[in-house]
Design a protein around this ligand. Structure first.
Ligand code: SF4
Length: 339
């Protein structure tokens, strides 16, 4: 793969920065993104239009894995805003999972029995164009320590809850002091057994897995599960494998969830290579989600019939333990719905 070679020296310098610096230096200008990747002018108008709906955000460590001058690159497709984001067919809405109706406390979403989701950070390291939370009202769900008390009390009062899921945004975009405090509060709740973290940061900026994170994560009494979000094998470079190795050494079970995306991974060979590469990194495939019908993302849609056919054919290529489960999240259902 030819990557953005004129960026190599700058990328290397960027990767020596702390993860916080890499986060704050992420590209947030669609013109710069197009220029750095050698895209011709025809992409600019759409990039600015999409950016106006959902800000572009691409850190250098992720940019370095994108091919130069290739608008079809599967990683670029995930982050490049397009004019297609203005399309708004019936059924595509701003809150496809109806999360607003499952928030008994600020920053807390309780949809499924036995587990709750905590919005631990309002931001992400990368803005994925298909994100089902691209319209989420993070401003109303970014609790301060004092405001977390309602959510924590909700957990204390319900002994049927055994698992807390840190989500966002990307929960690992929060600083380690805040996360260590929150996890410290969670582990005081006797009926909580597991801490699950849904994150893309160890993939997008692998330097996020540093000693400060490993300290609080490795030290908690809670069983630890990290669900990464990787959609294509090209996202898994050596730095990602090294980050995963460190997480596993800290006692973290690593799983992956992908979204089936038109033009990114809607191909049997691509999905098979992804599963193989995940396993090389010590990560088990978990879910393959069909697209949530979020406004602005219809161009990523793969129809259900095609998704089922893909997964049926995928079984011919992989052992069972490398097969992700094809699912859809249906508002109001008690769990993810297999397709
Ligand atoms: S990292 Fe996750 S939450 Fe953030 S934009 Fe991407 S898909 Fe959405």
């Amino acid at each position: 793969m030819i990557v953005a070679s004129d960026n190599h020296e700058r990328v290397s310098a960027a990767q020596r920065r702390s993860w916080q610096q890499q986060l704050s230096h992420a590209i947030r200008d669609p013109s710069i993104l197009c220029k750095r990747l050698g895209l011709d002018a025809q992409w600019l108008t759409g990039a600015h239009t999409g950016h106006g709906l959902f800000e572009v955000r691409v850190p250098e460590a992720y940019l370095s894995r994108i091919a130069y001058n290739d608008p079809a690159d599967p990683l670029l497709r995930q982050v490049l805003p397009l004019g297609d984001e203005t399309l708004s067919p019936a059924g595509y809405v701003t809150d496809p999972l109806e999360e607003a109706s499952h928030q008994p406390a600020k920053g807390l979403i309780h949809k499924y029995a036995g587990r709750v989701l905590l919005i631990a950070s309002p931001t992400c390291a990368v803005n994925c164009r298909y994100c089902f939370r691209r319209h989420f009202p993070y401003n109303e769900n970014s609790p301060s320590r004092a405001q977390w008390q309602d959510a924590l009390q909700y957990l204390r009062d319900d002994p049927s809850i055994h698992e807390a899921i840190l989500s966002g945004g990307d929960p690992l975009a929060a600083n380690d002091r805040q996360l260590a405090w929150l996890v410290g509060e969670l582990e005081k709740i006797p009926h909580l057994k597991r801490l699950r973290i849904h994150t893309r940061l160890p993939v997008v900026i692998p330097d996020r897995v540093d000693s400060a994170l490993l300290d609080w994560l490795g030290g908690t009494r809670l069983q630890k599960v990290m669900v990464l979000h990787i959609n294509h094998a090209n996202e898994i470079d050596q730095a990602v494998i090294d980050a995963c190795t460190q997480l596993k050494a800290a006692g973290v079970t690593l799983l992956n969830q992908s979204v089936l995306l038109r033009g990114v991974n809607d191909c049997v060979e691509t999905l098979a290579t992804l599963s193989e590469r995940l396993f090389e990194a010590g990560v088990l495939p978990y879910y393959l989600h069909v697209l949530d019908p979020v406004k602005g993302a219809v161009h990523f849609d793969v129809p259900d019939d095609e998704a089922r056919t893909l997964v049926t054919r995928l079984r011919d290529h992989l052992p069972g333990f490398l097969m992700p489960r094809l699912v859809r999240e249906v508002p109001g259902e008690a769990s993810k719905t297999p397709l």
